[in-house]
Write a protein that binds this ligand. Structure first.
Ligand code: ZN
Ligand code: ZN
Length: 360
């Protein structure tokens, strides 16, 4: 399949989606704000764009494509608090949330990409990487990266999607679309891809591995980073990366390994991206890895709307919450917050290249 050497326009993404039978959210809705002027954040208060009273709540309203996580019940079966957490004090130096899903909806309100990015920026999250998990969300990511300069895109078929696509006989076809999208200059990573032995059983492993290997090859073909999703599969992920001769830039998104994996990452020069999980009390192994990680390999992310940092675990997540995770990291490392933020921004730029905006 021929690949393009120029950027997709938002309209071309729309057309590609239509030709694939995929419906994307309205791009005008994504770039609109519910406010007439930018709203300041008040520390300790839910950010204005995330407050239910600023929306006309209509539960029948379609919420766009993508997987929803609006369930009232948490993984423990208990009722969840669907209110977004309060705004933190802004960071002293703006950083990147290098793994987020603005298209996955959670909480009581449907926040536009513009309002999500404005809120993040006010909290010290100046840029993001919007990550794809399937064709609709990968198309969304590429379009988002062309609608707002604060966004770069990652495109991929998630390891839990690959078995479903393989079963339907659509894996190869879907990989060809990912290949096409990966050529776009605002796409800077293939991801999230990897292995997930937690959600996918043995019957899906073959398809996961096939898809993971294909993504590694695409990252090298296009000279882009590789964002790894690794759940309960550390040794197989490392083995396959080495068998395939890993791309130059590899990022373990939502790093979940222990000291052993951290040592391998240090040796190989692979980035460790820390999410809200690093703040959890039972995450000793992840915390130990953080203290072992070479400073130039540390990144930060939300994986929003999942993995909300302590003490807001279980509530909806959004990019502005990277702030809390980075505060925890600085405290844990006994490092000055601003110097950690400077390191994380520099690392993000080294991993993904420039966003093309001031400072990023
Ligand atoms: Zn993931
Ligand atoms: Zn993710």
């Amino acid at each position: 399949m021929c690949t393009r050497d120029r950027a997709y326009s938002p309209q071309e993404i729309q057309d590609l989606a239509t030709s694939l039978g995929i419906q994307l959210t309205d791009s005008q809705q994504e770039t609109a704000s519910i406010f007439t002027s930018p709203q300041p954040l008040e520390e300790g208060q839910v950010p204005p764009a995330y407050r239910a009273e600023n929306y006309q709540l209509d539960s029948d309203q379609p919420s766009g494509e993508g997987t929803r996580r609006r369930s009232q019940e948490g993984e423990d079966g208990r009722r969840r608090n669907l209110t977004f957490p309060p705004a933190p004090e802004p960071l002293p130096y703006a950083i990147v949330d290098n793994h987020t899903h603005m298209d996955l909806l959670d909480g009581q309100v449907e926040v536009s990409a513009r309002d999500a990015l404005d809120t993040g920026q006010a909290a010290g999250i100046g840029a993001i990487v919007q990550v794809g998990c399937d064709l609709p969300s990968s198309l969304y990511a590429v379009r988002a990266a062309h609608l707002d300069d604060r966004v770069l895109a990652a495109v991929a078929l998630h390891p839990n999607e690959a078995p479903k696509l393989a079963e339907a006989g659509q894996l190869q076809e879907a990989l060809e679309v990912i290949d096409q999208l990966a050529a776009d200059p605002r796409v800077r990573a293939l991801g999230e891809t990897g292995l997930d032995y937690f959600r996918t059983g043995p019957e899906g492993m073959e398809a996961q591995e096939e898809s993971f290997r294909a993504h590694i090859r695409l990252a090298k073909k296009h000279g882009k980073a590789l964002q790894i999703h690794d759940r309960d599969a550390h040794s197989d992920v490392v083995r396959i990366l080495q068998e395939e001769d890993a791309p130059e830039t590899v990022i373990f998104h939502c790093y979940s390994g222990g000291p052993e994996l951290a040592r391998i990452c240090n040796e190989q020069g692979w980035y460790m991206s820390f999410a809200g999980t690093v703040t959890f009390k039972n995450s000793r192994e992840i915390q130990e890895s953080l203290s072992l990680a070479r400073p130039e390999l540390i990144l930060a992310e939300t994986d929003a709307p999942f993995l909300t940092p302590h003490p807001f675990r279980g509530r909806p997540n959004a990019s502005y919450m990277t702030n809390y995770t980075v505060r925890f990291m600085a405290q844990y490392l006994g490092q000055d917050l601003e110097s950690l933020c400077r390191q994380i921004r520099a690392n993000s730029l080294a991993a993904y290249g420039s966003w093309g905006i001031e400072g990023f």
